[in-house]
Design a protein around this ligand. Sequence first.
Ligand SMILES: Cc1cc2nc3c(=O)[nH]c(=O)nc-3n(C[C@H](O)[C@H](O)[C@H](O)COP(=O)(O)O)c2cc1C
Length: 213
Amino acid sequence: MKNNDFTDVVQNRHSVRTFDPDVKISHEEFKQMFAETITAPSACDLQAWHFEVADTPETKAKVRKYMMKFNYPQVDTSSAIVQVFGYVDAYKSYKAMWTKTYEEGNITKEKLNEILGTFLPLYENGDYQLRATDAIVDSALASMQFMLVARNHGYDTNPIAGYDTTKVAETFGLDAKLYVPVMAIAIGKSKETPETHTKTVRYPVEQIYHFAE
Ligand SMILES: Cc1cc2nc3c(=O)[nH]c(=O)nc-3n(C[C@H](O)[C@H](O)[C@H](O)COP(=O)(O)O)c2cc1C
C-alpha cells in the first residue's frame, strides 16, 4: 500500500520502536526502495554509501550483539535492520563511472575532463578524514531518504546509533577502515499504540534560524 501524500510521508514520520514481527519485506521491495533511495545527492556525486540488510533471525542476532540494550525491541520486532555505512574508498570507482557516462553519450569529453580534473584530485590528494567525513554526510542524506521512501511504501522506521561502533563492520565481514558505520535503521510495520509511542517536540522554530547580516 503506497502512501503518495508527501506531507503525510514527511510530517508524520516518527521513530517507531514497536513493529509487527510477522511482517516480511521481500528482497524485490528492498531493491526497489534502495533504487529510490540512491537518487539522494552526494558530494561530487561520489555516492559513498553502502547498506547491509539483516532480515533473518541469524543476521538480526548478530546485529543484536553490537546494539545497546534499549534498542533490542526494534531489533526483535522489525522486519529488518538496515545498517548504513559510509564507504571511504568510493572515489576509486569515480573515474570508471564518469567515463561510462561519457561513453553513453550523456556528457561531452570536455565535461568528463573537467569533472575528473576538478573533483577526483580532491579525494586522491585528500586525507582519510576528508574521505570519511564526506562518506558519512552522503550516507546520512541517503539514510533520511530511505526513511521517507520506507514511509512511501507503507512502512515506518527508527534511526539508531546506540551501538558499539567498533563491532559493526566486522559483523558484516567488512573492512572497518573502509566502511564507517553511520546509523542502523529499523524498518517494518508499526505496531505502536498511543501508550508505547514517544511523542517528540521540537524547539520553537524562531530559535533555529537567522537571516545572516
Ligand atoms: C543519528 C541518530 C541516532 C539515533 N539513535 C537512536 C537509538 O539508538 N535508539 C532510539 O531508540 N532512537 C534513536 N534515534 C531516534 C531519535 O531519538 C529520534 O529521531 C528523536 O527523538 C526524534 O523523534 P522522532 O524520530 O520520532 O521525530 C536516533 C536518531 C538519529 C538521527
